[in-house]
Design a protein around this ligand. Structure first.
Ligand code: NAD
Ligand code: WQD
Length: 340
C-alpha cells in the first residue's frame, strides 16, 4: 500500500514516516519545507535503512499535487501539512486559512479526481476550546479561540461535508493533545523556528543553556499546583496512532473522530521537575502572568481510541523527557547543526 504523507518532513510527519516504513508501507513524503529541513528526511532514511521518495511541493499548488497523483498509485493520504503556531495565526489569519483550509481543499479535490478517497487528518485538541470539564470526550462541544483552531474546526466540517456528498470517502480525524518527545535514536525531534511557543522545546532549550529561564504562564489556576495541566503524548505513540488508523480506514462507513492522548494530565511544574530528573540539568523558571487564551486543564479521555483502533499510549513522562533531552543534547541547534 502506498501512502502520501503531506508535511512528512515535519516533526510528527518524520516520526510517523518511520513507523509506516517499519509497518511495510511504501511512502511518499510531500512537503514545501516551509517549516522543515531536508536533514530530517536524511536522518529518517538512516534510521530505517532505506531511501525515501521525497517530493518538494505545496498542497495549494494543483500542478504539484497532479504530478504526484499521476506518477504514483496512492492508496491513502496522511495529511500533516499546515501551519501550527497559535500566536502567528492571530497576526496572519489569512496565511492560516490559505495554507490549512485552502490547501486541504485542493488536496481533497486532486485526491477525488484520482479516486484516492482515504485520508487521515491531523486535527487538534484545540477544537475543544475551553472544555467545561475533563477528561475530554470526542462528543464535547467544539469551539475555537484563534484562527489556527478555527482552521482545524473548518477542515473537520469540510471533511464531514465531503463524506455526506460522497460516502465512498474514508476519513479519520485524529485530535492530538500535546505531542512531545523524540525518536529514541536522538537523531530526529522537534526543531522549532526561533523562540519556542510550546512548553517542552522551551524547557529543553533552557536545560541545554540556550535560554536563561522558563516563564511559567500563571500559577493561580485551579490545578494541583496552580500551573496549567496538559495531556503530553510521546510523538512515537502518536505516530503509532496513525498506523493503527490506516489499519481500519478501508472498512469505515462514517467519519471517525478520535482523541489521541494519554488520559493523564501533568502540570507545567510536573514537567519541569521530570525534565530536570531526566537531564540532570537545572531548569530555572520565573512565574509570569497567564498567557491569553490558555485553559487551566486539558486532557483526553482516550478510551474511544482504544476501542476503535486498539491503540493506547505506552510511553510515560520519564520517556518523554529522556527522549526529548537526548535529541536536544545531541542537536543543540536542531537540524541546523552538523549534518549526519
Ligand atoms: P510541523 O510544522 O513540524 O510539520 C508540518 C509540515 O508541513 C512541515 O514540514 C511544513 O514544511 C509542511 N507544510 C506546511 N505548509 C505546507 C504546504 N502548504 N504544502 C506542503 N507542506 C507544507 O508541525 P507538526 O508539529 O509536525 O504538526 C503536523 C500537523 O499536526 C499539523 O497539521 C498541526 O497543525 C497538527 N498538530 C500539531 C500539534 C503539535 O503540537 N505539534 C498538535 C495538534 C495538531
Ligand atoms: C502547555 C502549558 C502553558 C510555554 C498548544 C496549541 C494547541 C496544540 C498544542 C496544535 C500551558 C505553559 C508554555 C511556556 C508555559 N497545537 N507554558 N511557558 O497551549 O496546551 O497547546 O500546542 O494543535 O493548539 O495551543 O501547549 O506547550 O504552548 O503550553 O508556562 O513558555 O505550558 O501556559 O499551560 P498548549 P503549550
Amino acid at each position: 500500500m502506498t501512502i502520501l504523507v503531506t508535511g512528512g518532513a515535519g516533526y510528527i510527519g518524520s516520526h510517523t514516516s518511520i513507523l509506516l516504513i517499519e509497518a511495510g508501507y511504501d511512502i511518499i513524503v510531500f512537503d514545501n519545507f516551509s517549516n522543515a529541513s531536508h536533514e530530517s528526511i536524511k536522518r529518517v532514511e538512516k534510521i530505517v535503512g532505506q531511501s525515501i521518495t521525497l517530493i518538494e511541493g505545496d498542497i495549494r499548488n494543483r500542478t504539484d499535487l497532479e504530478n504526484v497523483f499521476s506518477s504514483y498509485s496512492i492508496d491513502a493520504v496522511i495529511h500533516f501539512a499546515g501551519l501550527k503556531a497559535v500566536g502567528e495565526s492571530v497576526e496572519k489569519p489569512l496565511s492560516y486559512y490559505d495554507n490549512n483550509i485552502y490547501g486541504t481543499m485542493v488536496l481533497c479535490e486532486i485526491m477525488s479526481k484520482h479516486n484516492c478517497k482515504s485520508i487521515v487528518f491531523s486535527s487538534s485538541a484545540t477544537v475543544y476550546g475551553d472544555p467545561h470539564t475533563t477528561p475530554i470526550k470526542e462528543d464535547f462541544p467544539l469551539s475555537a479561540t484563534n484562527p489556527y483552531g478555527r482552521s482545524k474546526l473548518f477542515i473537520e466540517e469540510m471533511l464531514r461535508d465531503l463524506h455526506i456528498s460522497d460516502s465512498s470517502w474514508k476519513i479519520v480525524l485524529l485530535r492530538y493533545f500535546n505531542p512531545v518527545g523524540a525518536h529514541s535514536s536522538g537523531t530526529i525531534g522537534e526543531d522549532p523556528n526561533g523562540i519556542p511557543n510550546n512548553l517542552m522545546p522551551f524547557i529543553a532549550q533552557t536545560a541545554v543553556g540556550k535560554r536563561s529561564y522558563l516563564s511559567i504562564f500563571g500559577d493561580d489556576y485551579d490545578t494541583h499546583d496552580g500551573t496549567g495541566v496538559r495531556d503530553y503524548i510521546h510523538v512515537m505513540d502518536l505516530a503509532d496512532g496513525h498506523v493503527k488508523a490506516l489499519n481500519i480506514i478501508k472498512n469505515l462507513s462514517k467519519v471517525m473522530t478520535i482523541n489521541l492522548g494519554t488520559g493523564t494530565g501533568y502540570s507545567v511544574l510536573d514537567m519541569v521537575k521530570a525534565f530536570e530528573k531526566a537531564s540532570g540539568k537545572k531548569v530555572p523558571y520565573q512565574i509570569a502572568p497567564r498567557r491569553a487564551g490558555d485553559v487551566a486543564k486539558c486532557f483526553a479521555d482516550p478510551s474511544y481510541a482504544k476501542k476503535i483502533l486498539g491503540w493506547e499510549a505506552k510511553k510515560g513522562i520519564v520517556q518523554m523527557c529522556e527522549d526529548s533531552w537526548r535529541w536536544q543534547a545531541n542537536n543543540p541547534d536542531g537540524y541546523k547543526g552538523k549534518s549526519i
